[in-house]
Design a protein. Structure first.
Length: 169
């Protein structure tokens, strides 16, 4: 006897394939690998950031130097041009090596008059053509700094600043 299967009759459902047991293990392995990479990368980044901060800290000066500022009354002088009709109006400020030295000079009238006198001598020797160029102003700053240091008996002048500079033609 042979059995024939009638296609119209329902048959028992086919058995489902067994679920993969390795899926959960693969997910756990993947998550662990991601965590290891993230932690390792963070450690490497922290190492290099500390190293860079240490270099920057060693390169930076320990304490910035505070300079003092010595403001002088504005100067109005005749320039050394041929016609004698050109004038210079300039306000000069001297950047002194330290705040204490600037205060000491500010209180000493004799030192202030010596500085003003030296600067007046320099200014009256200038010509308008030289002063209107950037090179001329830079040279004038150097000469003023030298004269001011000589008048202040060795007090270091770090810079000369012009807050007003007008040449009348």
């Amino acid at each position: 006897m042979t059995e024939t299967v009638d296609p119209a009759t329902p048959t028992a459902p086919a058995p489902k394939p067994a679920a993969k047991r390795g899926g959960r293990r693969r997910l756990l392995t993947f998550v662990m690998a991601v965590l290891v990479v993230a932690i390792g990368g963070g450690g490497v980044a922290a190492f290099f950031m500390k190293r860079g901060t240490a270099r920057a800290a060693s390169a930076a000066p320990a304490k910035p130097v505070e300079h003092g500022l010595l403001s002088l009354e504005p100067f109005v002088v005749n320039l050394a041009d041929a016609g004698g009709s050109r004038f210079l109006r300039v306000s000069v400020r001297l950047v002194i090596e330290s705040v204490e030295q600037a205060e000491r000079v500010q209180k000493n009238d004799v030192a202030l008059v010596r500085v003003r006198s030296g600067i007046l001598e320099v200014l009256t020797q200038q010509t308008a053509d030289a002063l209107v160029t950037p090179e001329g102003k830079t040279a004038l700053k150097k000469i003023i700094a030298t004269r001011a240091e000589a008048a202040l008996d060795g007090t270091k002048v770090a810079d000369v600043l012009f807050s007003d500079f007008v040449v009348q033609f």
